[in-house]
Design a protein around this ligand. Structure first.
Ligand code: FAD
Length: 523
């Protein structure tokens, strides 16, 4: 009896103390005390090097310092971490970190815990990339891959079996969980859809610490929530990626235009062949800008003997649009592919004599951005701040965008614009049940401004704001892709009609709002 009274007095005092010591905020954000259960404790590190790494990302603009970094050895550790946070009166935030190739702190947390997914690799019991062709899946062959795996490693593992994933990003040194939390797009998206449309099944640890296997048929709500879900609902620990026989070669051409209307009309014509069975279809359609104020002009695709006349063209017009087409084939199909590409190009209105071609291996084609990375790293200009801006622009407004942004802002301002991509995709290759948002038109463009701010990062940030403001004023209904630094209200506008669904999913799968705080959506 006495012990009961003493116990309840102690409990009340502890309870009062916990209230007094808890920061006065309605949602848990900071890890104030640090007493993890015994079995989890060794997996937290506060070593300065790990903290410093976790406070940075590819963007090199936003910095947030976590209280600790968690190094999981297994998927169970991830559940245990999330359960530990949820068990506290004030749960701490958890930033899932893939390769941190975000540019605005999306994989960071101030005073919470960074979950370092790539550590799963160090403790693998067998490979976390398994290629399966057991005849049981209706799809055929697939790869089961850990969410922490890099796409380049997935590709290399599948190529050993003569197979390949269908959908890629332009750069493959990104994690599977990271790109599936966004969308994962490139010039093949018009034909096969983004990477989020090419997933058969997922394992997810939700924000409640629950392990769920999900697919369009099983636990579909979790499946659709996490694809394009910006890390808000759970941690993707495994993805089942469909595979197909791999091509070996790529016929790759560039066509130059001085007129945007003709250029975009031809791009849209090419993406209208978008059935996989259609031999007329290209495999990849992108577009890029050559601008007079790009320094240096990237002409690495072209033979030295052609570079001078291309430079003269850029000098003459200020801006040249490059339509890029790739067609995959096998070693023994070269003659046929040449004919197919000739058919594709017939009737396009590029500048006569400004067609250039290359013939490369499939691996070389998929590794093209990494090749640039190696070059720029050797020149000391890769590892600098990256004030990137990525947008989806409705097709009906892309000409206004060209006039107002490419010509009136980017071309006129005295800062080197970096790489500018512009290419269309078909909305019917996206699945609206997923969390990703796109403009509401059948065709929309991806516009990517890849800036490398060797100096003057602020100038680029001002320019980005100017571009966004122009779109707002001109009522160009863009959707930012890979967005960061938004206010709560801006996020609500970004999701538009999907906001309620997104918010309800958060309440259901991560009610304590602990996951991926760096996106700034619910904090
Ligand atoms: P991180 O930056 O580590 O994480 C991104 C977000 O996802 C964070 O909110 C994080 O918390 C969350 N997250 C990470 N892993 C998981 C997981 N396992 N489960 C749940 N949430 C998770 N994108 C394209 O679509 N197409 C391109 O062609 C393309 N090219 C790029 C080229 C370069 C050089 C760079 C730097 C980026 C490029 N991107 C491209 C953008 C890239 O897809 C995203 O930045 C992606 O998030 C990077 O993956 P990551 O592993 O570094 O993710």
């Amino acid at each position: 009896m006495l012990s009961n009274i003493v116990f309840s007095k102690v409990t009340i005092v502890l309870w009062l103390l916990s209230i007094l010591l808890t920061p006065a905020q309605s949602h848990p954000r900071r890890l104030s005390a640090f007493h993890p259960p015994k079995d989890l404790a060794p997996k937290f590190t506060r070593n300065p090097q790990a903290l410093s790494l976790a406070s940075n990302d590819f963007g090199k603009i936003v910095h947030k310092t976590p209280k600790a970094v968690f190094e999981p050895c297994s998927v169970e550790d991830i559940s245990a971490l999330i359960n530990f946070s949820n068990s506290l009166p004030t749960p701490f935030t958890i930033a899932t970190r893939g390769r941190a190739h975000s540019v605005s702190g999306q994989a960071m947390t101030q005073d919470g815990v960074v979950l370092n997914m790539t550590n799963l690799n160090a403790f693998k019991h067998g490979s976390r990339i398994k290629v399966v062709c057991d005849g049981k899946s209706s799809w055929g062959c697939y790869a089961d891959v850990g969410g922490e795996q890099l796409w380049i490693d997935v590709l290399n593992a599948t190529l050993k079996h003569g197979l390949t994933p269908l959908s890629f990003t332009d750069y493959l040194y990104l994690t599977v969980g990271g790109t599936l939390s966004n969308a994962g797009i490139n010039g093949g998206t018009f034909l096969l859809g983004p990477q989020i449309s090419n997933v058969l099944e997922l394992d997810v640890v939700t924000g409640k610490g629950k392990f769920v296997t999900c697919s369009p048929e099983k636990n579909s709500e979790v499946f659709y929530a996490v694809l394009g879900g910006l890390g808000q609902f759970g941690v993707i620990t495994r993805a089942r990626i469909p595979l197909r026989p791999s091509p070996t070669r790529v016929y790759w051409i560039h066509l130059l235009y001085n007129n945007f209307t003709t250029f975009s009309k031809d791009q849209e014509y090419l993406i209208s062949f978008n059935e996989r069975s259609d031999t007329n279809a290209a495999d990849y359609i992108e577009g890029q800008l050559l601008l007079i104020n790009q320094s240096p002009l990237d002409l690495s695709f072209y033979e030295p003997s052609d570079q001078q006349r291309i430079t003269s063209l850029v000098t003459q017009y200020g801006i040249i649009y490059v339509l890029e087409i790739a067609k995959y084939y096998d070693n023994n199909n070269e003659a046929r592919v040449e004919q197919e590409v000739a058919n594709l190009v017939k009737g396009l209105n590029f500048l006569p004599t400004f067609m250039f071609k290359k013939n490369v291996s499939y691996e070389e084609f998929l590794g093209r951005v990494h090749a640039s990375e190696l070059l720029l790293t050797s020149q000391g200009v890769w590892d600098v701040p990256h004030p990137w801006l990525n947008m989806f622009v409705p097709s009906s407004q892309i000409s206004d965008f060209n006039e107002g942004v490419f010509k009136d802002i980017i071309l006129k301002q005295n800062i080197s614009p970096g790489g500018c991509l512009v290419y269309p995709m078909n909305r019917n290759k996206w699945d609206d049940r997923m969390s990703a948002v796109t403009p509401k038109e059948d065709v929309f463009y991806s516009v990517n401004l890849f800036r490398f701010a060797v100096q003057n990062v602020e100038k680029y940030e001002v320019q980005n704001q100017k571009i966004l403001q122009f779109c707002k004023d001109a009522d160009i209904k863009i959707k930012e892709y890979l967005a960061g630094n938004k206010t709560h209200q801006e996020w609500v506008e970004h999701f538009g009609l999907k906001w309620k669904l997104f918010k309800d999913r958060k309440a259901k799968f991560d009610p304590n709002r602990i996951l991926s705080p760096g996106q700034g959506i619910f904090q």
